[in-house]
Design a protein around this ligand. Structure first.
Ligand code: MSP
Length: 657
């Protein structure tokens, strides 16, 4: 479908807690969609933000001893940091506590109240704080919240409130959904909403008396109340783009092209939101797309189960591009998907290290060895070359369809299929043999075609892996700016004679876990070999010992870490932190203070005199407000922790290497 503009939104996230993989997934997906559209020359706007009002945030604030605004201000930074790290290119970030949002919410409320779309009545029902949703007695399942996946306790509410006349739009909404199959996607979610609409809709309670909960936007027509959090939050999608403040801008972007949500917030987005828009006389978004959930193995992720994936940890360990790629390739949009480190490593090694990374290394090595590092001119295209060209150009079309049909996973499978095909093409045409035999014309054809396939595939992968694909393209002598999509649709755009860059290992292979051999710091170590050497690749085939799930590093990386012996002079507890001890240590002739998480394993009085090992060039940090100037090393296994100490006499400050 040719679009004239693309406006994509994510849900706005509650600031009651730090970002997790669910937030990261939707936001990366929106980013990938926005980047694809921009690449294709479609003007795009990408909105994300935070939902800062409501009881849930209020309770989190109470727990952490902050005001709700302080809670929001401190948590929003964590979201902004993660989005930066994940290379998210949102055009706006909206916070519902901003004035620009409050003004619009109040104008909408006043208008709806003036037109009798909102009225006052008594409310007698139940409330789930986690879902921030009202329920009637009949809705509850065994007296608990009926939302799929929730099932938590609900609270009884009996009070005078304001209501939005949602029920009067029920028949209209059913017809709208039936007439507009693209409005709710995937199809089975549309059926879910239609199923929900078989029951009589109630009017929507849209206020909370301040006497019970004052953290929200005040009703403009009754100062005793604040707005119900969902009524406030949903409006973010129109306030950001200028509703009631900048008509031209609003007209440019509304209706949204794609509103991404998780399956748990389907009702709010496909029942509350469209009826609100109808009452406001606004058109509905083209598509509300509900994706599935990431599970930890087969289990739901939850704080209580302690299995929630923190996106930051993964990115630090494996890099942002690999993380983005895994999330996009692994989840078939709409369905639940399982996140495990094993699955991650399998896909990383197969698609990125073995296929893509290996193809680039081969091509760079061969052009370096046989063509003085310059991309050679092609000779005559034979049937193998025509086939490679054909599958490459088909993949471009399939990726366009995949983006339009919300099946990024299928588009990526197509691209990696072409990368594999190119590797097979090299196996078949044997450029290393052609090089050795001096068959220049044929060698030129093969290497030129391989570069072409890589040029086009790297362009298609760019929205998913914006950093590594640019490095890849620079290595091929292409410009470091965003690829031009028109060039990706054309075979033969590579300029012959271009100097290529140095050999680079874009995605080093990570050796997967096999149990046994050595156990260190709770991590399985395994004796294994690096990947089988392929012709044209200079990898060393040596036995190595690699910790599970750890990227191998160069000696120079290790050499950056300064390790020294130190003697502990004194130790004491850090107030208010059960696990921390404050240590005074001597390193050479320098005294330092470090904070270490060893209080559950060592009493302060056990430490003075111990000769320990410390990282001495770590940037100073404040831990619980206490300055720490270095980090000691300790080993742990199954809850037992032991300090790394020196076997014998050496002066404090000796180099450890
Ligand atoms: N504030 C509301 C949304 C208001 S939009 C006008 C909200 N916030 S949330 O922070 O609780 O959740 C945001 C999103 O995270 C939801 O779309 C939810 O589906 C998603 N996820 C939460 N856990 C998830 C997984 N384990 N996997 C994938 N997404 C999940 O709801």
């Amino acid at each position: 479908m040719q679009r004239s503009k693309f406006y994509v939104t994510t849900p706005i996230y509650y600031v009651n807690d730090k970002p997790h993989i669910g937030h990261a997934y939707t936001t990366i997906l929106a980013d990938v969609l926005a980047r694809y559209h921009r690449l294709m020359g479609v003007p795009s706007f990408f909105l994300t933000g935070t939902d800062e009002h409501g009881q849930k945030v209020c309770r989190a604030a109470e727990k952490s001893g902050m005001s709700p605004q302080e809670q929001a201000d401190s948590t929003v930074v964590r979201f902004l940091d993660v989005w930066k790290k994940l290379e998210i290119t949102n055009d706006d970030f909206i916070r519902t506590t901003e004035n620009r949002h409050r003004i619009v919410v109040q104008k909408v409320l006043q208008d709806l109240h003036d037109r009798d779309e909102i009225y006052r009545a008594d409310y007698d029902g139940w409330y789930c704080v986690t879902c921030e949703r009202f329920f009637t007695e009949k809705d509850l399942i065994n007296g608990k919240c009926p939302e799929p996946g929730c099932g938590r306790d609900v609270e009884k509410i009996k009070e005078s409130n304001y209501f939005f006349r949602m029920s009067k739009y029920q028949d209209w909404l059913i017809k709208y959904i039936e007439d507009n199959p693209r409005f709710i996607q995937p199809d089975f979610r549309r059926n879910e909403t239609l199923g929900f609409l078989k029951k009589q809709l109630n009017d929507l309670c849209i206020s909370r008396p301040k006497s019970r909960m004052s953290w929200g936007i005040e009703l403009p027509f009754d100062k005793g109340f604040v707005t119900y959090v969902w009524f406030d939050a949903l409006l973010n999608y129109v306030t950001s783009i200028g509703y009631l403040s900048d008509d031209a801008r609003f007209k440019k972007w509304w209706p949204a092209s794609c509103q991404l949500i998780g399956k748990d917030i389907l009702t709010t987005h496909t029942v509350y939101w469209p009826t609100m828009l109808k009452a406001m006389n606004l058109p509905l978004p083209e598509t509300v797309f509900a994706h599935g959930w990431w599970l930890s193995g087969r289990d739901k992720m939850s704080k209580t189960a302690g299995n929630v994936v923190n996106p930051m940890d993964f990115v630090d360990k494996y890099g942002v591009d690999a993380f983005r790629y895994f999330l996009m390739a692994e989840m078939s949009l709409g369905q639940d998907a399982s996140f495990t480190e094993d699955a991650f490593l399998r896909r990383y090694n197969a698609d990125l290290a073995n296929d893509l990374g290996n193809l680039l290394s081969r091509v760079v090595k061969l052009i370096g060895s046989y063509c003085d590092g310059n991309i050679p001119p092609p000779g005559t295209m034979g049937s193998d070359e025509e086939n490679l060209k054909k599958v490459t150009l088909i993949a471009v079309e399939k990726m366009i369809d995949a983006v339009d049909g919300m099946r990024i996973d299928l588009g990526l499978a197509e691209v990696i299929g072409v990368v594999r095909e190119t590797n097979r093409y090299l196996e078949k045409t044997q450029p290393w043999t052609l090089g050795k035999k001096g068959e220049k014309a044929q060698l030129g054809t093969v290497l030129f075609c391989a570069v072409e396939a890589l040029r086009i595939m790297s362009g298609l992968l760019y929205p998913v892996m914006p950093t590594q694909t640019i490095i890849l393209r620079k290595t091929l002598g292409l410009s470091s700016s965003v690829p031009d999509f028109r060039d990706l649709k054309e075979w033969g755009k590579t300029k012959t004679g271009t100097k290529i860059g140095a050999m680079i290992n874009l995605f080093p292979r990570i050796t997967p876990v096999t149990k046994d051999v050595v156990m260190k710091k709770g991590v399985n170590m395994t004796e294994t070999t690096t990947a089988e050497k392929s012709p044209g690749v200079t990898e060393q085939k040596q036995p190595v010992t690699v910790p599970a799930g750890v990227v191998q590093i160069e000696y120079m990386d290790f050499a950056k870490v300064q390790l020294r012996t130190a003697v502990v002079l004194s130790a004491e507890k850090v107030e208010g932190a059960d696990k921390l001890l404050r240590l005074q240590i001597r390193v050479g002739d320098e005294n330092r203070q470090i904070v270490a998480g060893i209080a559950l394993h060592y009493k302060p009085e056990e430490l003075p005199g111990k000769n320990i090992v410390v990282v001495t060039n770590l940037k100073p940090a404040k831990i619980r407000g206490v300055e720490s100037n270095g980090m000691l090393l300790a080993a742990s296994n199954e809850g037992v922790m032991k300090l790394i100490t020196i076997d014998g006499e050496l002066p404090a400050g000796s180099v450890v290497k």
